[in-house]
Design a protein around this ligand. Structure first.
Ligand SMILES: [Zn+2]
Length: 121
């Protein structure tokens, strides 16, 4: 399952950050996922919940920002966001372009650590 391998990678990355920060637990995980990354948002959410069990991310809220596909339109001379995955053509003028500038992201945008007070409760 594609999403599960992504989720495991995200959690590894987050645990690395936590170790560097000296420990703690994660309250919120923010991800940026491009439409071209091939991960279904809801499947990714479920996979993260599964992969986070027994880790400091177990109780974390997952926020996923979907990044649209962006291409360079040579006719308009600017980058344009596509309303969907296909066609790779400018929604303004219809010019076709395979010059993809964004949409393949799968990034750990940020981590919010749980407050110490919550640990004590
Ligand atoms: Zn155009």
């Amino acid at each position: 399952m594609h999403e599960l391998s992504i989720a495991i990678r995200v959690i590894d990355l987050a645990e690395g950050h936590l170790r560097a920060a000296g420990g703690g637990r994660v309250a919120t995980v923010r991800l940026r996922v491009g439409l071209l990354a091939g991960a279904a948002t809801e499947a990714l959410r479920s996979a993260l919940a599964l992969a986070a069990q027994g880790t400091p991310l177990e109780a974390a809220t997952v926020e996923i920002e979907e990044v649209p596909v962006r291409i360079w339109c040579p006719a308009c001379q600017r980058e344009v966001d596509l309303p969907g995955l296909v066609p790779l053509a400018c929604p303004e003028c219809g010019e076709r372009s395979g010059d993809v500038r964004a949409g393949g992201e799968l990034e750990l945008e940020s981590l919010v650590l749980a407050a110490e007070a919550e640990d004590a409760a």
